[in-house]
Design a protein around this ligand. Structure first.
Ligand code: FAD
Length: 375
């Protein structure tokens, strides 16, 4: 029986573990956490406990017949080269036939020239991964001025849930929204920006494009306008800081089959998938769950083919759509073509359906019929 070690049990790691275990491989999944977290639901933290979005790895491993080890693995190019030479991960004393790296992405570290005073309340994505944000609820509900930093999808999804959460308490603080880009969601069609920006008007929210944060205190935020070169203080009692994510711990380049490229050579039995990977292939490299699942399926398919000494298949999957939740029953997204934009309740429903596909998969029901290379 071939032994597989999977480093990282997020969307792509878990999909790989389940599919490979089903195909009679001996799978060891390693994650630094005790439970899988469905990040797609994280913005709903204002309403539901974190445990509703988590699944314990031990339970998953029993259900899908793989082994699980909770451990943080130190990943570096040097370690990968060592493991390649020995077919052995020294940090856990385990041999392997195949290794899959699926360590995902992590929040960009706060920019080095940003200063934050001790008494400032700043929430980052990590505070929602741990429910630490709940320690600041009192400050949040008593804030008259809130700052939002970062114009990506995560930031916007949290903002619209925050509106609804504050409305529950009949609160409508002033919200200043800062981004370094010239518009919201700069990688998506400009209609996304227009639709969301229009809604800001009814939510006491002002938008500041091309602004970089310099410092945060417990009563103000200092921002620098990249357009005018002028820095200014805005009143601010509370900051949500979502500057985006980057591959963790670094970008892992692969060939078109998902095999890892290490110091200019391809390692035949090392694969990567998900947000940490960059496939040099025809398929998309977006950091989305949809792409993470498809990259994982490509990798699993290729491991199966390689173990049978058959030719590997390239990754060619193109994203079919991308949807963002705007709280309540609202949302916006594109489907099939970037210019085919849906908004309002239909977009919300489609986003829910896409997320259900992943949830079904984790309960054992595989509905990914749109990617038939591997069944
Ligand atoms: C708040 C938020 C909202 C999102 N919303 C959407 C959405 O609506 N639609 C969409 O398509 N995508 C969304 N995404 C993106 C989507 O979640 C990711 O693209 C997807 O999870 C990537 O899967 P992955 O397996 O590469 O990484 P992840 O799911 O991030 O998993 C990586 C795993 O590796 C583990 N790990 C990392 N380093 C180590 C280490 N050194 N040792 C051991 N374990 C390690 C982590 O604990 C984690 O479990 C969202 C992301 C976030 C953060």
């Amino acid at each position: 029986v071939k032994k597989i070690i999977i480093l990282g049990g997020g969307v792509s790691g878990l999909v790989s573990a389940i599919l490979l275990a089903k195909n009679d491989f001996e799978v060891l999944l390693i994650d630094k956490e005790e439970s899988f977290l469905n990040s797609l639901k994280l913005h709903l933290s204002f309403w539901e406990p974190l445990k509703n979005f988590q699944k314990n790895y031990k339970d998953l491993s029993l259900k899908f017949h793989f082994q699980f080890l909770q451990k943080e693995i130190l990943l570096s190019e040097e370690n990968l080269l060592k493991w390649e030479k020995e077919s052995f991960v020294d940090q856990i004393q385990k041999p392997f036939d195949y290794l899959i790296v699926t360590t995902g992405a992590s929040q960009n570290s706060t920019t080095s020239n940003l200063s934050i005073t001790q008494d400032a309340t700043v929430l980052t994505l990590n505070d929602f991964y741990s429910e630490k944000w709940k320690e600041s609820i009192y400050q949040l509900l008593s804030s008259e001025n809130i700052s939002f930093v970062g114009g990506g999808a995560t930031s916007i999804q949290f903002l619209f849930e925050l509106y609804a959460y504050l409305e529950k308490y009949k609160l409508k603080p002033k919200i200043n929204f800062f981004t370094r880009e010239d518009r919201l969601l700069s990688s998506l069609p400009s209609f996304f920006h227009e639709y969301i920006h229009f809604k800001f008007k009814f939510k006491n929210t002002e938008f500041f494009p091309k602004h970089q944060i310099k410092s945060i205190t417990n009563s103000s935020i200092n921002v620098h306008s990249l357009a005018s070169g002028v820095s200014k203080d805005f009143p601010s009692d509370f900051t949500f800081f979502f500057p985006g994510v980057r591959p963790s711990p670094f970008r892992i380049d692969t060939n078109e089959f998902g095999q890892i490229r290490l110091s200019s050579h391809i390692v035949q039995n090392f694969f990567s998938a998900g947000d940490c990977s960059y496939f040099h292939a025809r398929g998309d490299n977006s950091m989305s769950a949809q792409i993470a699942v498809r990259k994982a399926r490509t990798v699993v398919q290729n491991i199966l083919l390689q173990s049978k000494h058959q030719g590997l298949k390239p990754f060619h999957y193109k994203e079919l759509g991308y949807f963002i939740s705007l709280g309540g029953l609202d949302g916006i997204g594109w489907m099939l073509l970037h210019m085919n934009i849906l908004f309002g309740p239909p977009a919300f429903v489609i986003k829910e359906l896409i997320e259900k596909q992943l949830e079904f998969f984790i309960t054992g029901l595989d509905t990914y019929v749109d990617f038939p290379d591997f069944r």
